[in-house]
Design a protein around this ligand. Sequence first.
Ligand SMILES: [Zn+2]
Length: 441
Amino acid sequence: MKINPKNNPNIEYISRDEIRGIQSGRLIDTVSYVYRNSAFYRRYYIENGISPEDIKSLDDLNKLPFITRDHLANLSDEMVCVPRSEWIDICPTSGTTGQSIYFPMTKNDLILFARICARGAYSLGIDRNDTVQVMLTSDNLLQPTKIMTYMFQFEIGSLALRVGPVGTERQVKLMRDLKPDVLFGISTYLQSLGRSLDKYEFDPKKELDLKLLISTGSTIYHSRWSPTALHREVSEIWGAPYYSILGSTELNTGFWECPARNGHHVHQDYFIAEIIDPDTGKTLSPGERGELVMTAMGREAMPLVRYRTGDITSLEIDECPCGRKNPRIMAIVGRRDQMLKIKGTLAFPLQVEEAVLSVQGIKAHFIEVVNDENGQAQLNITIAPDPDLENAPEEVTERVKSRTLITPRVSLDTRESIESVWYSEKRVKPRKFRDKRKKVS
Ligand SMILES: [Zn+2]
C-alpha cells in the first residue's frame, strides 16, 4: 500500500510508548484546562475528590469520573470553556435521541478538526486534484457537513461541491458537468440516488471514473466488519470502492476507515479511546465488546474528558495492515440504551437485523420490542419477503433464534408499508428498530 509521508503525519506511525507520552501530556493539560475554565468540570471533580494534580500520566485516566449524555443535555452551558465572543460556529447533535445539544467551536477548533480529519481523507488517497461531491443533508447535520467541506477545501485543497441531497436530475447534471472523483453522502441516500439513475440514462460506471465513495451516519458493516447488503449494492451501482467514516458531533471529528478495511482509525494524539463494561464501568481489554468512552483533547471550546458515548463496540490495537499504529474502533453494534434484555438474554438490534438479512430475499424489515400480554419483553419482526420465498417467517425465526437465543414473533407486510414506518416522523435516516417497552429504569 502506498503511503505518502508528506500527507500522513508521523504521529500515526510512532511507537505505543511515544504515543503514550504525548497522550499523557495532553491529558494533564486538558484536565487542568477544563478545571480552570469550566464551572461544570471544577464542581464535578471537587465532588468526586479529584484535583488536576492527581493526574500525572495516562495511568491516572481511570481516576477521572465519566461524563454522560445527561451531563451534556443539562449542563452543556457550564461545560463550555471559552466566552461566546470566541465562538465562530456551533454543531448541533443530529437529533436522533432527546433534545438538541449545541457544541460551540472556536477558530482553532475548526482548524484542528480539519487538520486531523484530513488524515483519513489522505489515507484513502483523496488529494488536491480531486473533486468531491458532498451530498449530505442540510438539516441539523448542516454544520458537520459544512466543516467537513471546509476540511476538503482548506486542508486538502480538493474542489468540494456542497450540493446537499437535491433531486436526482440536479445531481446527474452536476456529475455530467463536473465529473466528481469522490461522492460523499449518507449510505441510504447514495443507494436511493443510485437506484434512480436509469431514468436519466446515466450509468456512473461509463460516464464517471469514480475513485471512491464515502459516507457517515449509518453502519455499513456487520458486527464482524463484513460489508452489509447496502454497502455491496452502493459499491456495485457506482462502480467504486465504498468506505465508512464514523462521525461524531460530540467529539467533533470523523474517524475514517482506511484502504485495509479494518475498523475506523482513531486520531490518538487528540483522542483517548477506552472500552468499558456498561454496567460496572470497568475498563475492558482490546477486542472485548463494551461501551466506547472517549476523551477529546486539544480543543478550546468544549473538550470532553471520559465521555460515555453510549455506543457498543470494541477496539483493536494491533498494527493495521495499512501500517498505521493507532487503535481502531470496530463496528458499532448498537447503543447502550438499545441493549435488548429479553427473557434474560442480551442482544442488540443490529445482531437481530443481521440474522434477518442472512435470509436471502427479505426486501424490507422492521424490528420492535414490546411488552407482551404478561408484561414480558417480546421481540417482533415484520418482514416483506420475495413472493417466491416460501417459509420466510419460519426461516427468519430460526436464524434469529440461533444467533441471539431469542425467539421472535414474525409477521408479514408489504415493502411499501414497512418503508413508510422507517421514514415516519420525517426522519432523514431510516429507523428500522423501535423499543416500545415502558422503561423500568
Ligand atoms: Zn488502516
